[in-house]
Design a binder for this molecule. Structure first.
Ligand code: NAD
Ligand code: TYD
Length: 354
């Protein structure tokens, strides 16, 4: 079996659902269930004997050690993290705690467990760390996309904490020989995405008749990848990746934020037209920019494509249509995550933006 941390989050939940749709190999999920963790995303696995869920912190080394001894997984896939840049600006401490200290404790537990393995169990074991393109910092217009050898230049507390975790993972390979793999992926979108991030927030706000808050001039560029393509890339790296290597994952899909919001409005105009006949674009509001806002991210995905044969299955056009349709079909999921703490977050992040 495999151990998946952060399994109740956006990408972790998609990964577990896809994994069990394709394998009979069991999954132990470990998730602290912070505001971003949602067991409802895994509700379809409730009676599935191949899925075991444990609520807990990756920073609890004793718990992680116990789970490793009990379930003897052949791999750990580490998705668990604090993941929202705006939250890291308002309060960086949780990011340091989970992304750096938590990853350290998980690595320690993995090192102790792996150290006691023998034979094929030892040679076959993998620790796959899921990271982000944001560790590389911001690109100027026309600069080449991030390759794996690009210098780390993280600009937000979130990206700095992920960068630190990447360095720890690298060091555990170099120093102790722990069989690690790291993936640095671009922005994901798709089902079960918490509506504090750009794409789900715009869909949810549009349908609720609320403003669509675009930071600054809306010309910041992100490189979007459909979440299930990211999950496929992780499975590919897990099976074929070379130990100690880093693989950048991206969809060659650079888009400006305002263009993303326009695309969402156009799809909603088609699929769920406003009652007054106007376009959802009427709800777009340019608001005060994010401090230190990175201008552009772009991934050079040649290494994973050439070396491991991975390619995204979705174009942005097919993926965004599926995503908008998913939110239209899953209003219950959305309503349940919009709890009191979600409303408090919206108040904190958007109230001060003119
Ligand atoms: P998310 O915020 O939706 O989910 C994170 C999950 O981790 C949640 O279920 C949360 O409860 C859990 N968690 C948080 N702290 C924990 C702790 N201390 N112990 C155990 N569980 C804990 O994030 P996501 O978008 O699913 O991202 C998953 C991973 O992928 C992160 O490491 C993130 O840096 C990386 N990543 C995300 C994107 C993206 O666009 N979302 C892109 C590239 C990389
Ligand atoms: P986000 O989804 O938070 O991902 P990240 O900051 O990790 O790239 O934001 C994506 C882009 O959208 C980013 O440039 C910030 C911008 N953005 C807005 O313009 N308005 C918003 O309300 C949010 C949440 C993000």
């Amino acid at each position: 079996m495999i151990l998946v941390t952060g399994s109740a989050g956006f990408i972790g939940a998609n990964f577990v659902l896809d994994w069990l749709a394709q394998h009979d190999e069991a999954v132990v999920g470990l998730d602290k269930l912070t505001y971003a963790g949602n067991l409802e995303s895994l509700a379809s696995l409730k009676d599935d004997p191949r899925h075991i869920f444990v609520r807990g912190d990756i920073g609890d080394a004793e718990l992680a050690g116990r789970l490793l001894e009990q379930y003897c997984p052949r791999a750990i896939i580490n998705f668990a993290a604090e993941s929202h840049v705006d939250r890291s600006i308002h309060g960086p401490e949780d990011f340091i705690q989970t992304n750096i200290v938590g990853t350290f404790h998980l690595l320690e537990a993995a090192r102790a467990y792996w150290g006691n393995l023998t034979g094929e169990e030892k040679t076959g074991f993998r620790f796959l760390h899921v990271s982000t393109d944001e560790v590389y910092g911001s690109l100027a217009k026309g600069e080449p996309a991030f390759s794996e050898t690009r210098r780390y230049e993280p600009n937000s507390p979130y990206s700095a904490s992920k960068a630190a975790s990447d360095h720890l993972v690298r060091a555990y390979h170099h120093t102790y020989g722990l069989p690690v793999l790291t993936t640095n992926c671009s922005n994901n979108y798709g089902p079960y995405h918490f509506p504090e991030k750009l794409i789900p927030l715009m869909i949810v706000n549009a349908l609720a008749g609320k403003p669509l808050p675009v930071y600054g001039d809306g010309q910041q560029i992100r490189d979007w990848l459909y979440v299930r393509d990211h999950c496929a890339a992780i499975r590919c790296v897990l099976e074929k990746g070379r130990l100690g290597e880093v693989y950048n994952v991206g969809g060659w899909n650079e888009k400006a934020n305002l263009d993303i919001v326009h695309t969402i409005c156009t799809l909603l105009d088609e699929l769920r037209p406003r009652q007054d006949g106007k376009s959802y674009r009427a709800q777009i509001a340019l608001v005060t920019d994010r401090p230190g806002h990175d201008r552009r991210y772009a991934i050079d995905a040649h290494k994973i494509e050439h070396e491991l044969g991975w390619k995204p299955a979705e174009t942005f056009e097919t993926g965004i249509r599926k995503t908008v349709q998913w939110y239209l079909d899953n209003q219950g999921w959305v309503n349940n995550v919009q709890s009191g703490s979600y409303r408090q977050w919206l108040e904190k992040n958007y109230a001060g933006r003119g």
